[in-house]
Design a protein around this ligand. Structure first.
Ligand code: FES
Length: 182
């Protein structure tokens, strides 16, 4: 049987219509999936992203040995405060150390008091030497703890991880703790 010309057109356009609908559905599904994946990534990314540590716990660059020594020389060894890292750079004989400014009595933040030429804890009056952070008076049982310092490409880096400190038990200056000699 020979179909009229019109019939062929109608049936082929029906097939075309169905194919287009299927393609549209597939595209819609793909778009929806991509959108959902995008949203999930946006939600998960903040948890996956490594946090950059700032302040206490970070590795803090403090300049070159030469520049710090020049600063100590010009100020007659006034401790150099790093507020964010919570430490002072000190100049004991023979090098540079970084003292964690947390009082070894009960943990108050210890300031350097220029008028007294030493550290003086405001909480219960512990006193520490300005060059070595060894106890000079008050209830503190031991010197201020020291952060490790390393030299990388000419810059000193202070590691302010409070779980990895040099914890001096004897209240006397011991040059063997010096990591940066100058
Ligand atoms: S916390 Fe510093 S003297 Fe008590």
């Amino acid at each position: 049987m020979i179909r009229p010309h019109d019939d062929v057109t109608t049936s082929s356009s029906g097939i075309l219509g169905r194919i287009k609908r299927r393609q549209l559905l597939r595209l819609g599904f793909l778009g929806g999936t991509l959108l959902a994946l995008g949203e999930m990534s946006a939600l998960i990314y903040p948890f996956m992203k490594p946090n950059k540590i700032v302040g206490l716990g970070a590795k803090v660059p403090v300049g070159s040995t030469a520049s710090l020594m020049a600063q100590f020389q010009s100020t007659q060894d006034v401790p150099i405060l790093n507020t964010l890292g919570r430490f002072f750079l000190l100049h004991p004989e023979g090098g540079i150390i970084a003292a964690y400014r947390k009082c070894t009595h009960l943990g108050c933040t210890v300031p350097y008091v220029a008028a007294e030429n030493r550290f003086h804890c405001p909480c219960h009056g512990s006193l520490y030497n300005k060059k070595t952070a060894v106890v000079e008076g008050g209830p503190a049982p031991k010197p201020l703890q020291l952060f490790h310092i390393a030299e990388q490409n000419g810059t000193l880096i202070v590691d302010t991880n409070p779980l990895n400190v040099i914890d001096r038990q004897k209240n006397e200056w011991d040059p063997s703790v010096l990591e940066i000699k100058a």
